[in-house]
Design a protein around this ligand. Structure first.
Ligand code: SF4
Length: 382
């Protein structure tokens, strides 16, 4: 934890003992707004959702950017908006088409929530994105941060934002010497985010804050030399940039083992749509089960027995999987042993699995690791 400085505490510090600096003066706030405005005018990135202030496009970008890097989002955003240029078109689309366009972005709940919200906007708001905070926050998948971002950027309403980048930036600027995710600190940072807003052009201001946070005040190695806020920054003055923000509880990752089997015959595949109780709900997938260990030899018998039970095929798996994919889902670090099994003759009849063609698989929303394994199989293997 960073050392506290030796200056006498101000009244603000008494109220907020986690601050390593005095509560900023009004001059400090003015300078911050002015430096930020000038910096953003020159450094604002040219991003597709910044071409206009259509709230639908801003909403989509905010949803896609949660947990995902800008560079990844741009292509997804362009594909999504060319297929669904309006909220009404999104609302009218089948869920499978929406999930197909989201395939690979992960966190599919975002897409399902957005689809559900589009239907509400189409029916209750005549297809127009609402411009009232309460109504926006009542939509599925939209919390305080997203509502503030959309309303400030699209409608120039004076709402604060606080997300990963601004949590970090504010913690350093203010010298927050405590876990920024703890309730008292989080409350203080929301208050600060409101106090710091200018009277006008709050959308630009909020975007500038997020952009400095993501491009300059990075988690590791913040670029203080090129930071327009360097002279205002407590962490920079104290030389403790790398120590802030103080990290809270570390995620404890759990190992998990799974097996994936593509059962196929002459470019036909056994696949199923995952249910609402499962991970990747609404996406299509091949046969996938949990296994007990990383020992493929031990797992073989279990997988063969499950194939017999669930699909009704009796096969002998190769000793080693064709491919092993390692990936993460929430706190789980998964080792996925992938097999490809060619069936002679007609495909077995299974209640749980459907027979789908290669062409159908191209357009169905498919689990990303299933797609990854499928795409690496040579044609003659299918
Ligand atoms: S001076 Fe450094 S630590 Fe402070 S806000 Fe700028 S980049 Fe972040």
């Amino acid at each position: 934890m960073a050392k506290t400085n030796s200056r006498a505490p101000s009244s603000r510090q008494q109220t907020y003992p986690f601050l390593l600096r005095q509560e900023p003066s009004s001059k400090w706030y003015q300078q911050l707004r002015s430096h930020l405005k000038k910096w953003f005018a020159v450094n604002k990135r040219d991003l597709p959702w910044r071409k206009n202030r259509d709230p639908y496009r801003i909403w989509l970008s905010e949803v896609m950017l949660q947990q995902t890097q800008v560079v990844t989002v741009v292509d997804y955003f362009n594909r999504f908006t060319s297929q669904f240029p309006t909220i009404q078109q999104l609302a009218a689309a089948p869920e499978e088409t929406v999930l197909s366009l989201w395939e690979g972005l992960g966190y599919y709940r975002r897409a399902r929530n957005m689809h559900a919200a589009a239907k509400i906007i189409a029916t209750q708001f005549d297809g127009q994105f609402p411009n009232n905070l309460k109504e926006v926050m009542a939509l599925p998948g939209i919390g305080r941060y997203s509502a503030g971002a959309i309303l400030s950027i699209a409608f120039d309403q004076r709402h604060p934002i606080l997300e990963g980048n601004t949590f970090r930036l504010h913690s350093r600027l203010l010298g927050v010497n405590a876990d920024p995710r703890s309730k008292p600190v989080e409350n203080y940072l929301w208050e600060f985010s409101t106090r710091v807003l200018p009277q006008r052009r709050t959308g630009d201001f909020n975007q500038a804050l997020m952009e400095i946070g993501s491009e300059i005040c990075k988690p590791k190695k913040p670029d203080c030399q090129h930071c327009p806020l360097a002279k205002l920054c407590a962490a920079n003055a104290l030389g403790i940039q790398s120590e802030l923000p103080i990290s809270g509880k570390k995620t404890i990752y759990e190992p998990r083992n799974q097996a994936l089997v593509i059962v196929h015959s002459h470019k036909q595949f056994l696949a199923r749509k995952r249910t609402s109780e499962e991970w990747w709900s609404g996406l299509w997938d091949f046969f996938r089960i949990d296994t007990s260990s990383e020992n493929d030899a031990t797992n073989r018998r279990t997988i063969e027995a499950e194939l017999q039970e669930q699909i009704g095929i009796s096969i002998s798996l190769p000793e080693k999987p064709t491919k092993v994919i390692r990936h993460g889902v929430t706190k789980y670090r998964i080792r996925l042993a992938c097999y490809s099994v060619a069936v002679d003759g007609p495909m077995p009849n299974s209640k749980k699995y459907s027979v789908v063609t290669q062409n159908e698989l191209e357009t169905l929303p498919l689990n990303i690791t299933a797609r990854q394994f499928l795409s690496c199989l040579p044609d003659q293997d299918c």
